[in-house]
Design a protein around this ligand. Structure first.
Ligand SMILES: N[C@@H](CCC(=O)N[C@@H](CS)C(=O)NCC(=O)O)C(=O)O
Length: 205
């Protein structure tokens, strides 16, 4: 049942999918910060109810009190951090960490574009586009590997959640071959992926 009117219960509903990497990032942040929210799995392509809240009809979308919509994933993750009283989780004043977040998100977007191109019908699919996206994705991963030491050190924070969700999305939709070129990220992910929030949100379907 989708609430169409505002309510006073302060309820948080995070609309996501079974395998959306951006919804997963938001969900993991919410779980790690101990937020009380419902995760509602929808099929974004048929979820016309979402248009009234998010005209882009994308997941993740966070609905507050049944009426206030918050998107996209970075805004939702910031909302969760503020609600949890943990603005430090976002490390907004550290531009190097934030640039690593931007790189992980960019690789995720590239992987998603590669996936969308790969499932276009024969004849519409472009091998050249797929090859270009693959080059960008793999270049991004090799670059991030140079910063594996910085990513893996220190307390849990946004850049770690985003990097881990990105790496497992690459596994899920592209390939696990990146491990050969990225031993630092590989070794770090081995432990990180066992966190309860990561296990609970692993992509399926
Ligand atoms: N910039 C957005 C991207 C979200 C996004 O691309 N979500 C995908 C699923 S992973 C989606 O909703 N796709 C449906 C569409 O764009 O029509 C964010 O970070 O939240």
């Amino acid at each position: 049942m989708i609430a169409m009117g505002c309510s006073e219960d302060r309820k948080l509903v995070l609309y996501g999918g079974p395998n959306s990497p951006f919804a997963r990032m938001a969900r993991v942040v919410g779980l790690e910060l101990g937020l009380d929210f419902e995760y509602s799995v929808i099929d974004v392509y048929s979820a016309s109810f979402l248009d009234a809240f998010n005209p882009l009809r994308q997941i993740p979308t966070l609905l507050v009190n049944g009426c206030d919509a918050i998107y996209d994933s970075r805004v939702i993750m910031a909302e969760f951090a503020f609600r949890a009283g943990r603005p430090d989780f976002l490390h907004d004043r550290d531009s190097m960490k934030s640039t690593r977040v931007a790189l992980s998100i960019g690789i995720t977007e590239t992987c998603l574009q590669h996936r969308m191109e790969s499932i276009r019908p024969e004849g519409e699919r472009s091998g050249a586009v797929l090859a270009k996206l693959a080059v960008k994705l793999e270049r991004g991963l090799r670059h991030l590997e140079k910063m594996a030491g910085e990513i893996s050190a220190g307390p849990l924070r946004l850049e770690q959640v985003v990097a881990a969700c990105m790496l497992e999305y690459v596994d899920y939709r592209y390939s696990g071959d990146w491990r050969a070129d990225c031993p630092g990220l590989r070794d770090w992910l081995l432990n990180f992926r066992e966190r309860g929030s990561m296990v609970a949100s692993r992509p399926y379907g």
